[in-house]
Design a protein around this ligand. Sequence first.
Ligand SMILES: *Cc1c(COP(=O)(O)O)cnc(C)c1O
Length: 358
Amino acid sequence: MSRVLNFSAGPSAIPLAVLERAQAEFTNYHGLGFSIMEVSHRGKVFEELHNNAIAKLKSFYNIGDDYAVLFLQGGATLQFAQIPMNIYTGGVAEYVNTGVWTQKAIKEAKIQNINYKVIASSEDTKFDHIPNFNFSDDADYGYICSNNTIYGTQYATLPSPKCPLVVDSSSDLLSREIDFKAHNIGLFYGGAQKNAGPAGITIVIVKKDLAARVKDSVPTPLRYTTQIEANSLANTPPTFGIYMFDLVLDWIKDQGGLNAINAVNEQKAAALYELIDNSDFYKAFAKPGSRSLMNVSFATPSAELDGAFVKLAEQNGMIGLKGHRILGGLRASIYNAVTQQSVQTLCEFMKEFQRTHG
Ligand SMILES: *Cc1c(COP(=O)(O)O)cnc(C)c1O
């Protein structure tokens, strides 16, 4: 059987070239006679891979030694708790609520009993746009989610506050260039399983001076400083996930880097939104100006037709198009690994579905 066209939201498509390289190296890494999963995380072979992955990521985002790159576990979800635990210093932590993932982060701030404030929200319109706001200059940090996986909204550009910016980039990690200095990014993180590899590894880029805010009362394994000092080896890291992430970084380089990737992403998203906007059958959920290049949430005129769409799409070799249960409808996740050809095929299918069901 040939491979399906995969529009899943996460875990999601991984570039075929990456899977094939992993397959070729699976039992015999670089001719050394073992799999990368079978050797010590403190040994020379893994250490070199690990440090190369960090260097590649730093070069993509053009960041220096004032930032640490950590490969952690516990998903983006653990970060919701770990962030206030580590970088809150007794002032005000400001949050922007753009949906489920920021709500979960806000809930953890509440549990830790810190002084937090939701300074903007798009909840009253079911999170169909990114609201306008300004973080206070003196906030402990300002928290956003750059791409809202469920609703299909995304910051066209990140804010540039005076306070440190914290970004949940789980679903648009490595999709475009980000100027860390211009946006005063203090902490930037995401799980790999949407746009950067398999599940099991969380990439955290944290400014070292921010990590140093941590209090002695925070448990050692939950401190960023612990992992910074140990180069993410305070405990056994998810070595296979790091290996796969490294292969994805190489693949991005082969595509011409983040700007080239972003240009393709823009074309893929434009093709879908154009089709949707020009039809009186499909409707996009997110408002123009806030639309995600990664997740296109849309719907047909009825839940019945949505269901028929998903079913027929599967019969045609396209999976993952069912919308999130909170929002219903349909969603095409078109991450880096989803090719222009795949999006083209989906567009053709959508036109045909409208013709036969509209
Ligand atoms: C998927 C997702 C998460 C949760 O990731 P886990 O790895 O399951 O913890 C958090 N934030 C965003 C934006 C996501 O898309």
